[in-house]
Design a protein around this ligand. Structure first.
Ligand code: NAI
Ligand code: MG
Length: 503
């Protein structure tokens, strides 16, 4: 069981936790109450206590936000200004984020149970990086002059797609926000963003900073609320031109159906995963253990690309199993503000209960629980690192995305078997390979159907690297210049040349 000595009894003693300043909807450049006056609670998963009440957007609020975004797109300055003009404002926003890193990191920690040190070092700086990357692209968007065999001057324009709906989940409130909003704004779109109901705090702070940076009214609207109400109002809206969604495959299906049943808006979906990591006999076992644990325990396993299925070749299996269990037992679970802590609480009661019920299911199905499987402490949504072995492929814990600190460990003999097992999932988001052998690395990376392959690493993202899924992990890519193109559409313009038969 994980080390309980840190954190839990010293809550709030590591960092000065800021009071929450922004709790209302951000529509047309103003913080406003919801039309219904409804609010919802956002909870601190460390303490199970309510942090504050947040205005809850319903269909009426989404309608108002869409009207504002529509006006800002159809007649406002944002799509009409130069790319350099948009870039200047986005760069200012990035600067303001950097000036508020600690407060923003603390908001994601109290709202989502994320490690404060990671938020400060990675998540919040990444927001500024994303803004800067796409700001750099904003003045380089142009079409082509087409070579034609007819008497035509033919060229293409790259135009912003229009009003965009963004629906994001709760595991990376900051990175998801800027992974979506930055390319859309660079392209000249206007945005309605719905943060997850579990983690609305930082999104509202970002809206405040956007206004300070000079993002014009109506260009960015943030509407916290529930998926089936505010989320559904976005996906089914006749005046939203495109939707980009990250979350579960089941909700992704609903998003696609709502888009199909309304105005046929294009959607892009970044969905769940059950990502494998294949560890070969030639691997350094200690390093492989570290990588596999980081792969499943990072962000308490609430990671769409988590290495939740670990396949180890038979020559090193026994040593690996012994060492990974030993190391998992030393993993420090506790208050995510404590710098010594490696794993904080699950984001919500619902997710906590879901993970525990999967663990119970695994035990009932006959898998061997090697370590963990229990809650940690008596307050907060803490679950100890959990490892199962003797898992059959048709067991629920081997098939479903658990989205928690639960590793499923299996053995393989030969490379073909490893590839077959890795691909035997409905998902295809990520995969890992641990080997020093280039032939193995090259063969396996081409044989696995997944959107990103990490060789001897995990979570090695870069903004320049497109990211998204194969199979039921979705389609469309965030990050990279590919994401920019999600928010652009191509218009062809033809002019007959003098004496052309077209005249
Ligand atoms: P979810 O996919 O339902 O929620 C993600 C976002 O979609 C939230 O903002 C939510 O309000 C919104 N949403 C929910 N229903 C909607 C609808 N009908 N129309 C439009 N938007 C809607 O995920 P949930 O329920 O929070 O978590 C359930 C499971 O989903 C997790 O246990 C995990 O397995 C998976 N998940 C995967 C994520 C990923 O990054 N791939 C992120 C979050 C959850
Ligand atoms: Mg919360």
């Amino acid at each position: 069981m994980a080390n309980l000595s840190n954190g839990l009894c010293h809550i709030n003693s590591f960092v000065n936790i800021p009071t929450v300043k922004f709790t209302k909807l951000f529509i047309n450049g103003e913080f406003v109450d919801s039309v219904s006056g409804k609010t919802f609670e956002t909870v601190d998963p460390r303490t199970e206590e309510v942090i504050t009440e947040i205005a809850e957007a319903t269909k009426e609020d989404v309608d108002i936000a869409v009207k504002a975004a529509r006006k800002a797109f159809d007649s406002g300055s944002w799509p009409r200004m130069t790319g350099a003009g948009r870039a200047k404002i986005m760069l200012k926003w990035a600067e303001l984020i950097e000036q508020n890193i600690e407060e923003l990191a603390a908001l994601d920690t109290i709202d989502g149970g994320k490690l404060y040190s990671w938020c400060k070092a990675v998540d919040i700086p990444e927001a500024a990086n994303l803004l800067r990357y796409y700001a750099g692209a904003a003045d380089k968007i142009h079409g082509d002059v087409c070579k034609t065999s007819r008497d035509l001057h033919l060229y293409t324009l790259m135009e912003p797609v229009g009003v965009v709906g963004h629906i994001i989940p709760w595991n990376f409130p900051t990175i998801m926000f800027f992974g979506k909003v930055s390319p859309a704004l660079a392209a000249g779109c206007t945005v309605i963003l719905k943060p997850a109901e579990q983690t609305p705090l930082s999104a509202l702070f970002y809206a405040h900073l956007a206004k300070q940076a000079g993002i014009p009214d109506g260009v960015l609207n943030v509407v916290p609320g529930f998926g089936s109400i505010a989320g559904a109002a976005i996906t089914s809206h006749m005046d939203i031109d495109a939707v980009s969604f990250t979350g579960s495959s089941e909700t992704g299906r609903q998003v696609m159906m709502a888009a199909a049943m309304s105005n046929l808006k294009p959607v892009s979906l970044e969905l769940g995963g059950k990502s494998p990591v294949l560890i070969f006999d030639d691997a350094d076992v200690d390093k492989a253990v570290e990588l596999a644990l980081f792969g499943i325990l990072h962000n308490k396993g609430e990671v769409c690309v988590a290495f939740s299925r670990v396949f180890v070749q038979e020559g090193i299996y026994d040593e690996f199993e012994k060492k990974v269990v030993e190391k998992a037992k030393t993993w420090v679970v506790g208050d995510p503000f404590d710098p010594k802590v490696q794993q904080g609480p699950q984001t919500s009661k619902a997710q906590f209960d879901k993970i525990l019920s999967y663990i119970e299911h695994g035990v009932n199905e006959g898998a061997t629980l090697l370590t963990g499987g229990k809650t940690v402490g008596n307050k907060g949504y803490y679950i100890g690192p959990t490892i199962f072995s003797n898992v059959k492929e048709d067991m629920v814990i081997a098939k479903d995305e658990i989205f928690g600190p639960v590793m499923v460990l299996s053995k393989f003999k030969i490379i073909e078997e490893a590839i077959e097992k890795a691909n035997s999932t409905r998902y295809g988001l990520a995969a890992g390979i641990v080997t020093k052998n280039l032939d193995i690395a090259n063969t396996v990376s081409r044989s696995i159907r997944a959107g990103i392959i990490w060789i001897n690493c995990f979570f090695a993202f870069d903004i320049d690297c497109p990211f998204g899924g194969y199979k039921m992990s979705g389609f469309g890519r965030d990050y990279g210049l590919e994401a920019l193109h999600k928010y652009l559409q191509v218009k062809s313009v033809a002019t007959p040349i003098y004496n052309s038969p077209w005249l």
